[in-house]
Design a protein around this ligand. Structure first.
Ligand SMILES: Nc1ncnc2c1ncn2[C@@H]1O[C@H](COP(=O)(O)OP(=O)(O)O)[C@@H](O)[C@H]1O
Ligand SMILES: [Mg+2]
Length: 374
C-alpha cells in the first residue's frame, strides 16, 4: 500500500471504526436492510448512494442508535453498540430536515448542546469560537437564523453537529435544501472541514455527483443491500453490475451473447453487425447473455470509418443535446437502438461537425467499455 494515499480499506491490518456484521432490519415482515456487511474506517468520508427507499436512512438511524438491528451486530471501534443509547454514542446525526432554534443567535445555537452537557463556560466559549471559525461564520455569530442565508444556516447546523467533537458524524441528505451552485460550494467546504477535524463522515445522498465529489468510498445500495462499495473512480469505470453502471452516470447498455476469443471477449449483439470486442470477464461461457456498458464520453464520432478502431459501428444522428460544455449525440443504429456519444466543445466558436440525419461512425477502443452479467 502506498503511504501517501489514504486507503485503509486496502490495509489488512487497519481496524475499522464501524462494522456492520450481517445486519438485517425488519419492520413487521418488510426487510429494510438485508444481511448487510460493511466496514467503514476512521477519517473516511463514506457515501451511501441509492434510490429512495433502499434503506439509507435506516442504516444511519441504526448507527445513531434510533433503531436496533433485528439480526446481526454493529460495532464501533470494536465494541457492539447495540445496547448503547443515542446520547451515549460517540456519534452525532445531522438530519435531513435540521431545525435551528429561531429565537437563539447563531452563537447560542452552536453552544446549546455543550451547555446541556454542562461543559464549563470558558470551554464552551472557546469551542463555539472554534466552530465559527471552521465554518466561516464569525461575522454572523450575533444574528438570528432568519437573518442569514440558507447556505449559512446549513453551516450553522454543521457547526452545531461538530461542536461536541463526535467520532462519527452522520449526514442524511445535508445539502438537499440548497440550490445547485451553493450545493457544490458547500460540498468543498464539507471536505475541508472533514479533513481539518479528522472526523469520520458518513453521508447519505441520492445525488451521484455529490457522492463522487466528496467521498473516499461510495456504497451503492439497492433494496437493503450494498451492491458495490469502492472508490468513486472504480464505481464509475469498473462497475460490478448493470445496476451500478446504470445508476452512476450516463451509460450505453448493449445486450448480446458472449463469444470468448482467446484474450478477448466478443459480443454478438445484432445481425449484420460486427461483434463488439472487449476485455474478458472471468467464467463466461459461449452464448451467455451479457451486457456491454460504455460511457458516452468514450465513444468517438466521425464522418469516416476510423482505420484502426477495435469497435466501429455506423448510424445516423437522431438528436443532439447541446449542453454548452459538451454535446451529446444520439445516434440511431440500423436496428433502431440509440447510442449516445459525447464530444467536448473545446472551442467557443466552431461549426458543428454533425447535424441531424448525418451518417456517422461511432468508434471506441477494446478497453473503453466493460462486460457485465445480465
Ligand atoms: N419505522 C418504519 N416502519 C416501517 N417501514 C419503515 C420504517 N422506516 C423505514 N421503513 C421502510 O424501509 C424502507 C427503507 O427506508 P429508508 O431507510 O428511509 O430509505 P431511504 O433513506 O434509502 O430512502 C422504506 O421502504 C421505508 O418505507
Ligand atoms: Mg432517507
Amino acid at each position: 500500500m502506498a503511504l501517501d494515499v489514504f486507503a485503509p480499506w486496502e490495509d489488512p491490518n487497519a481496524k475499522p471504526l464501524i462494522q456492520f456484521q450481517n445486519v438485517t432490519k425488519r419492520f413487521g415482515d418488510f426487510t429494510a436492510i438485508d444481511d448487510l456487511t460493511v466496514d467503514i474506517f476512521e477519517q473516511e468520508f463514506f457515501a451511501l448512494l441509492g434510490p429512495s427507499g433502499c434503506g439509507k436512512t435506516t442504516m444511519m438511524r441504526m448507527l445513531a442508535g434510533f433503531e436496533t438491528p433485528t439480526e446481526g451486530q454493529i460495532l464501533l471501534a470494536g465494541q457492539d453498540i447495540g445496547a448503547v443509547p443515542p446520547n451515549k454514542r460517540a456519534t452525532n446525526m445531522m438530519f435531513q430536515s435540521y431545525a435551528l432554534f429561531p429565537h437563539l443567535s447563531i452563537w447560542e445555537n452552536i453552544a446549546f448542546g455543550l451547555k446541556r452537557d454542562k461543559m464549563p463556560k470558558d470551554q464552551i466559549g472557546e469551542r463555539v469560537e472554534e466552530m465559527l471559525r471552521l465554518t466561516r461564520l464569525e461575522k454572523f455569530a450575533r444574528r438570528k437564523p432568519h437573518q442569514i442565508s440558507g447556505g449559512q444556516r446549513q453551516r450553522v447546523a454543521l457547526a452545531r453537529s461538530l461542536a461536541k467533537a463526535p467520532k462519527l458524524l452522520l449526514l442524511d441528505e445535508p445539502l438537499g435544501a440548497l440550490d445547485k451552485k451553493l450545493r457544490q460550494e458547500t460540498q468543498f467546504e464539507l471536505m475541508d472541514i472533514q479533513e481539518t477535524t479528522g472526523t469520520t463522515f458518513v453521508i447519505v445522498t441520492h445525488d451521484q455527483e455529490e457522492a463522487m465529489t466528496v467521498a473516499s468510498r461510495v456504497a451503492v445500495m439497492d433494496h437493503g443491500q450494498i451492491v458495490q462499495v469502492a472508490t468513486p473512480d472504480v464505481i464509475y469505470e469498473a462497475p460490478n453490475s448493470t445496476y451500478v453502471a446504470d445508476f452512476i452516470g450516463d451509460v450505453n447498455l448493449i445486450a448480446g451473447k458472449a463469444d470468448p476469443q482467446g484474450d478477448k471477449l466478443h459480443l454478438h449483439w445484432a445481425d449484420g453487425q460486427p461483434a463488439l470486442v472487449g476485455s474478458p470477464l472471468a467464467g463466461i461461457t459461449k452464448g451467455q447473455d451479457l451486457h456491454y456498458a460504455i460511457r458516452p464520453e468514450k465513444v468517438s464520432i466521425s464522418a469516416e470509418k476510423p482505420a484502426d478502431a477495435a469497435n466501429a459501428i455506423q448510424g445516423e444522428v437522431h438528436d443532439i443535446a447541446y449542453l454548452g460544455n459538451i454535446s451529446t449525440y444520439h445516434v440511431q443504429l440500423p436496428g433502431g437502438q440509440i447510442i449516445k456519444a459525447q464530444a467536448a466543445n473545446n472551442r467557443r466558436i466552431s461549426r458543428r461537425a454533425f447535424t441531424w440525419e448525418d451518417k456517422v461512425w461511432l468508434s471506441w477502443t477494446d478497453t473503453a467499455g466493460v462486460f457485465l452479467e445480465r
